[in-house]
Design a protein around this ligand. Structure first.
Ligand code: SF4
Length: 544
């Protein structure tokens, strides 16, 4: 059984990242805003620190994060070693993590993820082999920080970036990428539909330490005059090019069948997935079945060569709560289950895309059906939005549904920004969406009782009760905002230890009054302080 690389040790200091985007874009800039680190043990005697992205609690702008560069250089050797082994086989190479997992190998990526998530790498291997977990890691995306999506691992979030034909450019997209990664997105999707799509994607992949997903039909459509001019050969060409470029997962709308199209006539909002609507249009125009369904095996052959994961598209997801859980949506979901098994025959990794707009009382049913019909492949859901009357605030309407669906068992939550339904998000919208979804995913992890999931919450609560304002800010998902709000009324350093804030004022601070009551009874705060110190150490060690 393979046990991973011999990992070197060493470190050097880096400049702190004080601004989300400093205009100088390269991989190392993420190092500065990493939120912690851990130890990855390779072979005996070999230890490496590894990065954990997101906003830094406890000021852990750690020197050791330059080691990230070493981790990434190592991925070159990890992949090259496997490529050499595959080349000596029968020429029909399969580079997927699932293929290796099913042959009993614990890859370096699985080891890395095991350390990062505090899970046994053998568990990760077993889950990948079973199809209940995916590691989106194209062999050409060498600067990737490996991560996993599955029920056994922490709930993840995705941030969509990408331009449209009317807005944005490469610099703006890279700025969005940085915001997304800085605030903790676990994957990003480049949904560019205009301009020089391949060049934008290349820049994003080169700059992204997190897996990059795409929807290849967008680029294919940009190469034809009308949607009906699309052909499978063109789609395969685009898929092939994107796979060679390093795209880690692709949304493929292979589950939208011609016989499903009449179902949407009963809906208020028809088909709201771009890919779903394009395929429906093509099928109705040509009076033919979906070529992505019919030629699915050909796509699998490309995917396994480069280790691209399927994100099987929900082309018929509901676009309003009135259309939730209808015949169209569930008919497609059943086909996605059939395609999952087909992909698994090729050892190609699969996750299933989900809703959409779903009222709260119908959310659990979504997860139950996906688990049953799609054989427990990871569920990757957009929201869901639980009401339809809050344009401008749909990061909130959807984060409510996202927290619930994550609690019930979804593995990754695709963020929604305040601009949803209204326009292309800008970097600030990206930040708002990511923070809303970090809240949703973390709420799901806490509710699912994942080991250690609540430690950071408890540490922050101790900081709050003990009036350690600076630690309270540092432990927050968005420290800059927390501090700025506090400082709005009480900016002086003196108030960073004050036993009140401007909300209740000094005479009515209930937590201070509690402490005074306890002091009257002869009790000091020593025990709380001790527990706080212990929790801080735990949070720091976990990079939570
Ligand atoms: S003043 Fe009120 S809001 Fe502020 S710390 Fe005290 S109890 Fe909390």
């Amino acid at each position: 059984m393979e046990t991973g690389a011999n990992l070197p040790n060493g470190s050097s200091p880096l400049n702190a990242c004080n601004s989300p985007f400093n205009g100088n874009f390269n991989r190392s800039m993420y190092n500065d805003c990493s939120r912690g680190g851990g130890l990855l043990a390779g072979e005996p005697g070999a230890i490496i620190h590894f990065p954990v992205r997101g906003v830094c609690p406890l000021g852990l702008r750690a020197a050791e994060h330059e080691l990230w560069g070493i981790v990434m250089a190592l991925r070159d050797s990890w992949v090259e070693k496997r490529e050499a082994a595959a080349a000596t086989a029968n020429g029909n190479r399969n580079m997927s993590q699932m293929h290796l997992a099913r042959r009993g190998f614990i890859t370096e990526e699985m080891q890395f993820i095991g350390q990062r998530e505090h899970l046994d790498p053998e568990l990760i291997r077993g889950e990948v082999a079973r199809g209940r977990c995916i590691i989106p890691a194209n062999i050409h995306h060498r600067n990737l920080e490996p991560m996993a999506i599955g029920i056994a691992t922490k709930c993840k979030i995705n941030a969509n970036i990408g331009n449209s034909s009317t807005s944005s450019n490469i610099d703006e997209e890279l700025k969005k990428l940085h915001h997304a990664v800085h605030y903790g997105a676990d994957t990003i999707m480049d949904l560019s539909t205009g301009g020089d799509i391949p060049t934008i994607r290349k820049a994003i992949i080169e700059a992204s330490p997190v897996p990059v997903g795409t929807v290849p039909v967008y680029e294919a459509i940009s190469r034809v005059r009308r949607p009906e001019d699309l052909t499978f050969e063109l789609m395969l060409e685009v898929i092939q090019e994107q796979a060679e470029q390093g795209v880690d997962y692709m949304t493929i709308h292979a589950g939208v069948m011609r016989e499903h199209v009449p179902f949407v006539r009963k809906r208020i909002t028809g088909i709201v997935s771009r890919g779903g609507s394009l395929m429906a249009h093509w099928m109705e125009h040509h009076k033919k079945q979906n070529f992505l369904y019919e030629r699915f095996d050909d796509i699998c052959k490309v995917f396994k060569k480069h280790d691209v994961s399927f994100s099987l598209g929900d082309g018929l997801r509901p676009g309003c709560i009135a259309d939730a859980s209808d015949d169209a949506q569930f008919a497609e979901l059943k086909v996605l289950g059939e395609l999952t098994k087909k992909a698994w025959e090729h050892d190609v990794q699969v996750m299933i895309e989900g809703p959409g707009h779903i009222p709260m009382d119908k959310i659990k049913e979504q997860v139950d059906k996906e688990m049953e019909w799609c054989h427990e492949a990871p569920f990757y859901t957009l929201g869901p939005l639980v009401i339809d009357i809050a344009p401008g605030y749909d990061h909130i309407t959807s984060a409510i549904g996202a927290a619930m669906i994550g609690w019930f068992g979804a593995s990754m939550l695709c963020y929604v920004t305040p601009k949803e339904h209204l326009g292309l998000p800008n970097p600030e919208d990206v930040k708002q969406g990511v923070i809303a979804y970090k809240i949703a995913a973390h709420a799901a992890d806490v509710a699912r009782h994942r080991p250690g999931a609540r430690d950071r919450d408890d540490a922050l609560s101790y900081a709050r009760f003990l009036f350690d304002w600076n630690k309270q800010f540092e432990l927050s998902l968005d420290p800059e905002t927390a501090k700025a709000m506090h400082d709005e009324n009480l900016p002086d350093d003196f108030y960073k230890e004050a036993k009140f804030c401007s909300m209740c004022g000094p005479k009515f601070c209930s937590m201070n009054i509690t402490q005074l009551a306890e002091a009257e009874g002869g009790h000091d705060q020593a025990e709380r302080k001790q527990k706080f110190v212990e929790l801080l150490a735990k949070v720091k060690a976990a990079g939570a």
